[in-house]
Design a protein around this ligand. Structure first.
Ligand SMILES: [Zn+2]
Length: 85
């Protein structure tokens, strides 16, 4: 499915809306859609030439680069408290 697309085009392409929530990075309202291939895509409703269309939030999120990073907390370095190795 090529984006942007209208709601009707997404439905016709076999995509199904799943849930709506706020992006935890930029707080935009995003809708999660399940694609025909079973993938979940975060879409954002926007206006294109006064027509409501969906675009991929990957492309519009100002902080999209942070999505794909695994949420790994840095473990404290066990050596950092030692003066001598
Ligand atoms: Zn975002």
């Amino acid at each position: 499915m090529k984006l942007p697309a209208t709601h009707a085009e997404l439905i016709a392409a076999g995509w199904r809306p799943r849930s709506r929530r706020h992006c935890r990075l930029c707080n935009a309202t995003i809708e999660f859609w399940k694609t025909l291939a079973g993938k979940i895509e975060p879409l954002e409703l926007t206006l294109l030439e006064a027509k409501p269309v969906y675009v991929s939030h990957w492309e519009t999120c100002p902080r999209a680069g942070e999505f794909k990073r695994p949420e790994k907390k840095k473990a404290p370095d066990p050596e950092s408290g030692k003066l001598f190795g």
